[in-house]
Design a protein around this ligand. Structure first.
Ligand code: ZN
Length: 229
């Protein structure tokens, strides 16, 4: 909750140059005008999440609780550490965490929970995953969220080049657009523009996590400095 509140504070109080700097790590934006096109959307999504997470914090209704289970969840692509159970329109939307998740570092737990809550409240999809742990290992002392964001954004930029080095994301998105209503509505088969890229990023769970983490990073540092004085 604190992380999301910090991200919202940053969106509301930081100057436009700073926000362009941070958000251009994720979105196809370069100028303040570009920023003004996406800012209301991001703010609305984060405010919505913040309002709804209150349900988890207060502990009601019971259907929206956290539950801990012992083992990993096996899935087609590997094993999940946490998941949201329940159809989006059902009243049961419990968030299940595994013991394996709780053994990880605090940022890993926080990002996993935000990831799952974004599925829950913003109906995000898993178009691709960002591997934070890998970057944490490579550059342990850096702000690895930002490093990873740069990589993700760079990868998105190759979507227009089916023969470029990022065939993976391009072909994945194309393949999914056959059964994914949202992707189909963007008509990405014939190429992809900045507006479409931004919309996809705002709908990918791990991208929402990365946006929240890089926005909240400075704000959290600021709060901690203020506490130390
Ligand atoms: Zn997911």
């Amino acid at each position: 909750m604190h992380i999301i509140t910090s991200a919202i504070t940053a969106l509301k109080t930081e100057n436009a140059e700073y926000l362009v700097d941070i958000l251009s790590l994720h979105f196809a934006i370069k100028t303040k005008e570009d920023l003004s096109k996406i800012l209301p959307d991001i703010l609305q999504k984060l405010e919505e999440m913040k309002a709804q997470i209150g349900q988890y914090c207060k502990g009601i209704p019971r259907e929206n609780q956290f539950a801990k289970i012992r083992d990993k969840f096996p899935s087609e692509e590997g094993s999940a550490l946490a998941l949201v159970v329940g159809a989006l329109d059902s009243k049961y939307r419990r968030l299940f965490l595994t013991n394996d998740l709780l053994k990880l570092s605090v940022p890993s737990i926080a990002t996993t929970v935000i990831h799952e809550l974004s599925h829950h409240f913003l109906r995000t999809k898993d178009y691709w995953y960002n591997n934070y742990a890998m970057y944490e290992r490579q550059k342990p002392k850096s702000n690895y969220f930002e490093i990873h964001d740069r990589v993700t954004f760079a990868e998105m930029s190759y979507v227009n080049e089916p023969d470029g080095k990022n065939k993976a994301i391009w072909s994945k998105l194309r393949a999914r657009s056959a059964e994914d209503e949202f992707l189909r509505s963007l008509c990405i088969e014939d190429g992809i523009g900045n507006e479409q890229k931004n919309k996809i990023i705002m709908t990918n769970a791990d991208s929402i996590v990365a946006i929240i983490m890089s926005l909240s990073h400075k704000q959290i540092m600021k709060d901690e400095d203020a506490r130390r004085v």
